[in-house]
Ligand binder design. Structure first.
Ligand code: HEM
Length: 537
């Protein structure tokens, strides 16, 4: 209350969403309450959905039903996933299945039928036909945890009207490059610490050059980087001694990902079986407790700072969190939930991409040299890049795009169809779980000639009319439910890579053999990437 009364004294760096534009979104997009919140009935394969007649005809002739669709049998899936460790090869299995069964195929996982789409144009059709509040997957286990603890859902776990409200608030704060440019100075401060940490770590190795398991370093960078944006404070992750609270968070995050398979089962195992197999659900809840606790501490800290400033009649300045706390467009519980989910979504994604980028640069010294030349001809050898410099570094942007094409952090994404669709000659009923096979489309020769090659140059536009984006590679998703943190992630990666390339020759260490990708929830390096950072001057 006190905050609201004093809002006129505030000077926020970021303008809040107005009630007017939020309601505009709700009104004009024809959003219907509950339209996406239905529980998912098992999809019948041979039934023509309501709004299609039996003689439904697509652009290439009569439409077929899911019953006609090819795909691996349940038995072969069980063997593949449980006996051949398919969970760590989901990206490869995606490719193999699309070669064997076609660009659209079905798989069964117990009662769940999944339709996989490994074709750029079909994916485009699906995403372009999306409604106002698309649903990614069944988030029942996430919601159950939140209900059990009396917590709100955040952007990842929310659906329908709840999601739309939060999305319309957050998207206007962080979705455009110019919105996130205000964070560039703070992130640059984190990059300075990253560079210092590279020097400290390599100094400990016998050759004085190698940073072992570079992902460990980028993890800390990404956590520190996203935290200055989300919590408006430094966490000390790049210091020699990491503060206890941050260490606890890292442990909770590791538990969430290391128990990825068990967490998946937490949602898949029926509730009545939990007393017999309690571990997955217990670990799932335990890691969420840790993640929420961390966000709550940091949000509460900022809230009491703001209250103190207002009580003392001082001006309140701040970024995203300050704005959310002051405008109260989201409840405090929604703020905790969104900070928790954004932090979860924003650390490994960014750190894996940075690890793959440095690995690819090290493997391709000529490409690295080309990018280095662009950086020094634009900035000189020493200038610290600012956000306005980034549009003038197309190869740095191409480097990130090409890394994400070859190693899309999310090798596949999901959608639950909200209406009946005709895709690839098939009728897909509403309520069907779709798997969009981005790994396969990213490596498709039709979309990307010499697809296996690392060519950041392919993303550089020749002129303003030249569009090189295509649905073959959409690492941040597409449309209204795409990654809300995209611009923050890009800013963090562009600023870090520019400085690393400016300062160091990045070389493969003899300690690193070929590193292949494995799926562990996300597409991760399957072995430690050890990289040499050799001073350029
Ligand atoms: C390299 C870095 C990143 C990649 C490749 C990435 C990729 C993605 C993808 C593919 C999705 C799903 C989009 C869809 O379903 O269409 C997503 C969703 C999301 N991402 Fe990211 N992400 C990255 C970094 C971040 C960061 C830094 C944040 C923190 C703000 C973040 C927050 C989110 C959230 C909250 C969602 C859910 C959005 C919603 O459902 O409305 N991501 N991300």
């Amino acid at each position: 209350m006190a905050l609201l009364k004093k809002m006129r004294h505030l000077h926020l760096r970021i303008l809040p969403v107005t009630a007017e534009n939020r309601h505009f979104l709700l009104r004009t997009r024809g959003f219907h309450k509950h339209s996406t919140c239905q529980s998912l009935p098992a999809v019948e394969e041979n039934v023509l959905p309501g709004n299609f007649s039996a003689a439904a005809v697509g652009k290439d002739g009569p439409l077929k039903t899911l019953k006609d669709m090819a795909g691996p049998s349940t038995i072969s899936n069980i063997i593949e996933f449980f006996f051949r460790d398919g969970f760590s090869r989901i990206h490869e299995i995606q490719q193999q299945h699309s070669q064997k069964y076609g660009r659209i195929f079905k798989s069964r996982f117990g009662p769940q039928l999944v339709v996989s789409i490994a074709d750029r144009d079909m994916i485009a059709e699906v995403l372009r036909a999306e409604g106002v509040a698309p649903q990614r997957a069944n988030m029942e286990s996430w919601k159950e945890y939140r209900d059990m603890r009396g917590r709100a859902t955040g952007l990842i776990s929310a659906e329908g009207e709840d999601w739309l409200k939060m999305r319309s608030v957050l998207r206007q704060q962080i979705m455009r490059p110019r919105d996130v440019a205000v964070f560039a100075d703070d992130i640059s401060g984190v990059v300075t610490d990253l560079v210092a940490r590279v020097r400290a770590l390599r100094g400990r190795q016998p050759d004085g050059l190698t940073v072992l398991n570079v992902n460990d370093l980028f993890f800390k960078y990404a956590m520190e980087g996203i935290s200055v944006v989300l919590y408006e404070q430094r966490l000390g992750c790049l210091e020699e001694r990491i503060p206890q609270l941050s260490l606890e968070y890292i442990a909770a995050l590791h538990l969430m990902f290391s128990s990825f398979k068990t967490s998946m089962y937490a949602g898949a195992i029926p509730k009545w079986l939990r007393p017999l197999i309690p571990k997955p659900w217990e670990e799932f809840c335990h890691s969420w407790d840790g993640l929420f606790k961390f966000s709550k501490v940091h949000v509460d800290r900022r809230l009491s700072e703001i209250q103190g400033q207002l009580a003392a009649g001082q001006e309140v300045k701040g970024g995203l969190l300050t704005c959310l706390l002051v405008t109260k467009e989201l409840t405090l519980e929604e703020i905790y939930a969104n900070m928790t989910e954004m932090l979860l979504a924003g650390v490994d994604t960014t750190s894996f991409t940075l690890s793959w980028s440095t690995y690819l640069l090290a493997l391709h010294p000529q490409v690295q040299q080309q990018i280095y030349e662009e950086v020094v001809s634009t900035l000189g050898p020493d200038k610290v890049p600012v956000s306005e410099d980034l549009p003038r570094l197309p190869l740095i942007r191409g480097l990130v795009k090409e890394t994400l094409r070859l190693f899309p952090v999310l090798p596949g994404n999901g959608r639950i169809t909200q209406k009946n669709l005709a895709v690839g000659g098939y009728l897909i009923p509403a309520g069907t779980q779709l798997a969009l096979c981005h790994y396969t489309t990213s490596l498709d020769e039709g979309s990307f000639p010499n697809a296996a090659q690392f060519l950041p140059q392919r993303w550089v536009r020749k002129d303003a009319t030249d569009r090189v984006d295509n649905f073959g590679s959409i690492p941040f998703g597409y449309g209204i439910r795409s990654c809300v943190g995209r611009r923050i992630a890009e800013l963090e990666m562009h600023l870090a890579l520019t400085q690393l390339i400016q300062k160091f020759h990045i070389q493969v260490s003899p300690l690193t053999e070929e590193v292949r990708a494995k799926t562990h929830g996300l597409l991760t390096p399957g072995a430690p990437i050890n990289v040499r950072f050799v001073d350029r001057q």
